[in-house]
Design a binder for this molecule. Structure first.
Ligand SMILES: [Zn+2]
Length: 365
């Protein structure tokens, strides 16, 4: 969503963008979205939508675009270069190379695999404005002053840190949740195999009832401080929104982690899915279409505590049925927050439960 601002900044035409888009513009500038250098032109856009690749053939599955109304498009084309602003503050400029239209529903179906307007990604795409602006961007001012900024590192920084630590193999872990012991055990199982663990929670717009970003951050800080060996885990935040594009987003998630320097990436069951739009293993199978990605997907099954095995287990190594499993449900988590009742210690670390309870309202309202 964007609109044209008639009042110009330094004589430059300006387009107001959302703070979500601002994050993605910074991601382009920082190389998180490498090889993108700006908003896709029409050839790239069509190729991303139809083939899940840029026109050059390089893997890219999720379009990153700036949509504007007809009038703004005309003015932007005339101006040639526009300022990108959030709340009236200029933070970047866009060299307008292309202005083009697109078929919203057709694109939504191609990216999300469904035309159902109840799907959040389809809903968003079908509500986009008529025209897209393509062109290179230049960021002049970073988002400042946010405590959420503390762990936002660029790929250049994370690669240098990985090098400094001497890690040859690094496994990326995507999350949008606070860590349960089950997540910790999965990460530690990965640490048995790889030199380093790259914990990379997604910070940005979430669904109602999800944990707030600051809660996820505080919970992971606590986990890493108390339960991980020094120098085996790296904690960096990824500032972009969930698109719920299932398999296509799994590829997008892997590309970003490759850019950060990961050699491997854990892809979950129904990774980046929502509702039952995607087959649980579609996000695994799609990697067969991208054998050239310089990052290996790792298909770890979800972990749970098994009362019969007396340990954390998963479908690959435990023969017991669901009745033997103990898992922390959303209901239990909400109860913990509302009544202050601590969950069982083997399901959530008490230090982490305390951190979560210390927030007045830990969920997205
Ligand atoms: Zn078992």
């Amino acid at each position: 969503m964007s609109r044209f601002s008639k009042s110009s900044l330094d004589g430059m035409a300006a387009i107001e963008v959302s703070s979500d888009l601002r994050n993605d513009i910074e991601n382009i500038a920082d190389g998180v979205f490498s090889p993108l250098e700006g908003f896709a032109g029409q050839d790239d856009f069509d190729s991303i939508v139809q083939k899940g690749r840029l026109k050059s053939g390089i893997a890219w599955t999720v379009p990153i675009v700036l949509d504007v109304d007809e009038q703004t498009a005309t003015m932007a084309r005339k101006a040639g270069e526009v300022a990108l602003v959030v709340s009236g503050e200029k933070f970047a400029s866009l060299k307008v190379e292309e202005v083009y239209g697109f078929d919203r529903l057709k694109c939504a179906k191609a990216v999300y695999g469904t035309g159902d307007l109840k799907h959040p990604g389809v809903h968003k795409m079908t509500n986009m404005k008529d025209k897209l602006l393509g062109g290179k961007i230049l960021v002049s001012k970073r988002i400042a002053g946010s405590p959420l900024r503390k762990y936002r590192n660029t790929p250049q920084e994370t690669r240098a840190e990985i090098e400094r630590r001497g890690w040859k193999t690094v496994v990326g872990f995507q999350t949008r949740n606070v860590p349960h012991v089950a997540h910790e055990m999965l990460q530690k199982a990965a640490l048995n195999i790889y030199d380093g663990l790259f914990v990379n929670p997604l910070i940005g717009k979430k669904k109602q009832g999800d944990f707030k970003d600051e809660v996820i951050l505080a919970a992971y800080e606590t986990l890493i401080d108390n339960y991980y060996p020094k120098n085996r885990a790296m904690f960096v935040t990824l500032h972009t929104e969930m698109r719920y594009a299932g398999p296509k987003e799994a590829i997008h998630h892997a590309i970003m982690r490759k850019n950060f320097g990961c050699t491997h990436f854990i892809v979950g069951r129904d990774h980046a899915g929502v509702g039952d739009y995607y087959h649980p293993f579609a996000a695994h199978e799609i990697f067969a279409d991208y054998p050239e990605l310089e990052i290996q997907p790792v298909f770890f099954p979800a972990f749970y505590y098994c009362k019969k095995c007396l340990t954390f287990a998963n479908e690959r190594n435990c023969p017991h049925g669901p009745e033997a499993r103990e898992e922390l449900s959303g209901t239990k988590m909400r109860k913990m927050v509302s009544s202050g009742e601590m969950p069982a210690e083997h399901l959530m670390r008490p230090e982490i439960a305390k951190v979560i309870i210390s927030f007045k309202e830990p969920f997205v309202p």
